[in-house]
Design a protein around this ligand. Sequence first.
Ligand code: AMP
Length: 215
Amino acid sequence: MKLILLGAPGAGKGTVAKLLTELDGSVQISTGDILRGAVQAGTELGKKAEAYMKAGDLVPDELIMDIMEKRLQEPDCEKGFLLDGFPRTIPQAEALEKLLDKLGIELDMVVNIDVPRDVILDRLTTRRTCSNPECQAIYNVKSNPPKVEGVCDKCGSPVVQREDETEEAISHRLETYNEKTAPLVGFYEKKGKLLTVSATSSDEVINAIKARLAA
Ligand code: AMP
């Protein structure tokens, strides 16, 4: 399947994407994961992106489109892909349309995961992420802690609070979402591609996606 997952930070895009990969071998493409990997590896891309990310600002569209143009042409995308955290601005969505046209790819659907703000705030302040750039498994200190505190169940690396998950950066990321990313809901609605799911459980979101794909 070829999907875009839209939703505020903490809406559950990453969790839903990981579950969907298990259904048909589609790959999760998270621009946030790619950027965090680049920052940790100290690459040119990482150096350019780091300050924006720490502040909870968006990385410039050109850098993101360079990443995505290459990533979508990798062979593992042939089975399908789940775009998690991309596009995040109208210019990114327009550039993605052109890129998909050029590559002859058609999206199945754009899923908007709609979660109340109080749930989002609670989730983001209690979220913990595996520090290994190859893993980046997601935990929650309340609802889904690692078996051994601070240690990733999957790869054994330290599980940490992301630098952009301080209260200040979180509130800035949510403002950025409302201003720059929320308009994408209307953009994709006009194109008849949008499925909005108001649900806090990832299983409910998965079931709604499966039902729409089967329709
Ligand atoms: P995420 O893990 O999706 O919450 O992304 C973490 C941070 O990476 C964001 O706050 C942005 O600074 C940056 N980022 C990720 N994806 C994008 C994107 N599509 N456009 C611009 N910045 C992005």
